[in-house]
Ligand binder design. Structure first.
Ligand code: NAD
Length: 292
């Protein structure tokens, strides 16, 4: 059935997600401070105007502080029983705080961060990791099916963000491990193709080695083969690693590898020219350091 959807934050990710909802026949009203509306999305003059009378509100915003301020505005303007579904990557505490506010106002609430990047948003092949109530999940599930290929209901509010940052903490750590091992192999005179042939079929294999190999010309096509143009930009990896460490601190979890990965990406992005480069550009970074 056709749903009325309010969409707030139509940037690199939100724009194509909203466009796919329109293509599937839904009625989408959008609001963004700067981004243009994709074809078929009607433009609202404010966030509150965008959510007026809709069944589902989707937000795709830069961070938790912005999400909280937008939620404060729109929650009182949403109709009873509607669902607020945030697809941004934000801290677990902000996700839970927004869900509590929504619940108190008689709304459903989901935290539903995504993986798959801009390519996945355009192709409608995102993966959604979702926290919140079963009823709200059931309401939004048909929309997840349009914007993505998979939606996992991970548990109560905050569980979606928890899944996202845990996954990306593993990803950041694994990418660094793969890159430093390639740099060591170089110094030991081991051919990169041989390194790939062995590791990709041995116990050191991983998604970063097998599917997203950071060495140019080795393994399947990856950003390494395109001068390390993202892909998944280093500063976005840093954002997610910061969120994982913020979460670890708040629950007193011991994540020394996550901490180290955060520190290395921080250095890379802020002092070593890594901003705007794919997160696999850690490999040339390790090589260059070794030659200094
Ligand atoms: P973006 O900066 O392109 O889009 C964010 C949009 O929010 C912008 O258009 C901005 O104008 C708008 N905005 C900011 N404040 C607003 C407000 N108060 N009211 C209305 N609109 C407002 O960012 P993006 O790449 O689309 O990322 C969005 C979210 O998705 C982030 O949380 C990011 O971490 C997450 N994410 C991004 C990727 C990716 O590859 N880009 C992948 C997975 C998850």
């Amino acid at each position: 059935k056709t749903m009325k959807i309010g969409f707030i934050g139509l940037g690199n990710m939100g724009g194509p997600m909203a466009a796919n909802l329109v293509k599937a026949g839904h009625e989408v009203t959008g609001f963004d401070l700067t981004a243009p509306m994709p074809e078929g999305v009607s433009k609202a003059d404010s966030a509150t105007a965008a959510v007026n009378g809709v069944d589902v509100v989707i937000t795709m915003l830069p961070n938790g502080d912005i999400l909280r301020s937008v939620a404060d505005q729109i929650i009182p303007a949403m109709r009873q029983g509607a669902v607020l579904c945030d697809c941004s990557t934000v801290d677990v505490d902000s996700a839970r705080a927004v869900a509590t506010l929504a619940d108190a106002a008689g709304l459903g609430a989901l935290d539903a961060p995504v993986s798959g990047g801009v390519g996945g948003a355009m192709a409608g092949t995102l993966t959604f990791m979702v926290g919140g109530g079963a009823e709200a999940f059931a309401t939004v599930e048909p929309l997840f099916a349009i914007m993505g290929q998979k939606a996992v209901h991970c548990g109560a509010s905050g569980a979606g963000q928890a899944a996202k940052i845990c996954n990306n903490m593993i990803l950041g750590v694994t990418m660094i491990a793969t890159c430093e091992a390639f740099a060591l192999a170089d110094k030991l005179g081991l051919d990169r193709q041989k390194m790939f042939d062995v590791v990709s079929t041995s116990s050191g294999y991983s998604w970063t080695m097998n599917a997203y190999c950071p060495a140019p010309g080795v393994g399947p096509q990856s950003p390494a083969d395109n001068d390390y143009k993202p892909g998944f930009a280093s500063e976005l990896m840093l954002k997610d690693l910061r969120l994982s460490q913020q979460a670890a601190e708040s629950v007193d979890a011991d994540t020394p590898m996550g901490q180290m990965a955060k520190a290395l990406y921080e250095q890379f992005v802020e002092n070593e020219g890594g901003k705007g480069m794919d997160f696999s550009a850690m490999l040339p970074r390790f090589e260059n350091r070794g030659r200094d």
